[in-house]
Design a protein around this ligand. Sequence first.
Ligand code: IMP
Ligand code: MG
Length: 180
Amino acid sequence: MDQDIDHILVSEQELKAKVAELGATISRDYAGKQLLLVSILKGSVVFMADLMRAVTIPCAIDFMVVSSYGGSNTMSTGLVKIIKDLDADLSGKDVLIVEDILDTGITLSHLMPMLKMRNPNSVRLCTILSKPTRRQTEIEPDYLGFEVPDEFVVGYGLDYDEKYRNLPYVGVLKSQVYAD
Ligand code: IMP
Ligand code: MG
């Protein structure tokens, strides 16, 4: 897999340090609250597994699968469809959405209002990566790991055609991989 990567954007060590920092901040901010970490599958599964262990206060976890109507893997278009909904009742909960990357923001601009209608105490967003230059909505992360340039990135949960999710770092794919 490493040979398909053009260059590394965020190393394993940088990810580890940042996740520890995010976990400490979240633990402080949500002390005494009913924290529910909501992972949007599948891209955020690696970040979720690391982040939840960096959180030192009691918390619950839940998972959601959404898809964009008419969207492919590399593009988000239109509305979101809930493929797998949450198990948890959100009333009174402090929901923290855990995402892999905030790109256009279209997915979350539809999802966050849907969750807010379920009577939670709060709904906020924690994302390990963000591509600010790609934004088409007003959604911004409440907790952010790293800003990345407008390049297609893989690793640390992010895929190209379902591959490279298990790379321990975030890197840019060689363009020849798309051409194949
Ligand atoms: P958006 O913010 O609605 O445009 O969609 C974000 C979703 O698109 C993310 O959760 C990823 O699944 C996917 N995505 C966006 N950019 C990349 C990338 O560079 N690599 C892999 N997946 C990406
Ligand atoms: Mg995703």
